[in-house]
Design a protein around this ligand. Structure first.
Ligand SMILES: Nc1ncnc2c1ncn2[C@@H]1O[C@H](COP(=O)(O)OP(=O)(O)OP(=O)(O)O)[C@@H](O)[C@H]1O
Length: 298
């Protein structure tokens, strides 16, 4: 006989995930950076963010967070004022790769003060609020969208030339909610050369089209690697049709990043901003060259 287990009633449980992050998760306030601070109604008021650029993949694990971090660091190295918002709420990795730790977040009358990397990149991530970075965040799409929106509007970003948004992976509920939560100026799409990956990444391109977000271009990650034994360059995936696809569809090909052990070494040690090979230089040059067309169409 089938035993039917009644689900325990959960309605009476307090919903822990409700309430603004900026109020519930900020452990401490500080007077740092608020010499001209006003009332709490001034939260986000002095933000002057010139461009919000999303980095998106559609497929998980292709290097979206890595490309977001490299792009933000390279723009900073070019002298731009840059912020990096980790919208990958359930799998945040940005603070770690920049060697920035969490704990109590400072707040002034203009909002939460973002953390600064050693080189001055402004960073905001849910991981910065967690006492233990290994704690999982089990939230549904609307809550995640809400958190990203707060990280955009309730943070004292100040003046930025670029706010880079490391999007959540996938093209489902969570990514769509984030797309709807923040007005984006453009998006950079990341894929590996593998046909399987790029098929899924194309879904992200369709999603961006549907939401009328201009695509700045595609970055191909993990194109090739140097064999540590014979020092020969090896292709890591079959496929390799992305550049041609970009030409056919008149989408900018922003360059390729090879697999490089030095990159993961820097990321693991919180020093991704020390990784600046030629491939990254070429990517940022192509990115900057593609910008005017997007801005002219605004
Ligand atoms: N070109 C590269 N060379 C060496 N390691 C890389 C490279 N690109 C990415 N990695 C490593 O691969 C792993 C996955 O990269 P990353 O976290 O950027 O992927 P993601 O697309 O953001 O993943 P998710 O879908 O979980 O958000 C990381 O450990 C990163 O350091």
């Amino acid at each position: 006989m089938l035993k039917i287990f009644k689900k325990k009633k959960e309605e009476s449980k307090p919903k822990k995930e409700e309430g603004p992050i900026t109020e519930t998760a900020t452990a401490e306030t500080t007077t740092e950076d608020n010499s001209d601070a006003g009332s709490s109604s001034q939260i986000g008021q002095r933000n002057d963010i010139k461009r919000v650029i999303a980095v998106i993949s559609g497929k998980g694990g292709v290097g979206k967070s890595t490309v977001s971090s490299l792009l933000a660091s390279a723009l900073l190295a070019h002298g731009y004022k840059v912020g990096l918002l980790d919208a990958d709420i359930t799998g945040p990795s940005i603070p770690r790769v920049f060697g920035v730790s969490g704990g109590s977040m400072g707040k002034n009358d203009y909002g939460i003060i973002p953390r600064r990397s050693r080189k001055g990149l402004k960073i905001m991530s849910l991981n910065l609020f967690l006492a233990d970075e290994e704690l999982p965040v089990i939230w549904r799409g609307p809550r995640i969208g809400g958190a990203v929106k707060e990280f955009y509007s309730q943070v004292d970003w100040g003046t930025l030339d670029f706010l880079i948004l490391d999007m959540p992976p996938g093209t489902g509920d969570i990514a769509i909610t984030v797309l709807q939560s923040i007005e984006l100026d453009a998006a950079v799409v990341v894929s590996t050369p593998q046909d399987l990956a790029f098929t899924i990444v194309r879904k992200a391109l369709h999603m961006l089209n549907k939401h009328e977000v201009p695509v700045l271009g595609v970055v191909e990650n993990l194109t090739s690697g140097i064999c540590p034994h014979c020092q020969h360059e090896v292709e890591l995936f079959s496929g390799g049709g992305i550049r041609q696809w970009c030409e056919e569809k008149q989408v900018n090909y922003l360059g390729s990043i090879p697999w490089d052990a030095a990159l993961s070494y820097c990321a693991d040690r919180g020093q991704i901003d020390n990784y600046y090979p030629e491939a990254v230089g070429q990517m940022v040059a192509a990115f900057l060259a593609a910008l005017p067309a997007i801005e002219d169409n605004k």
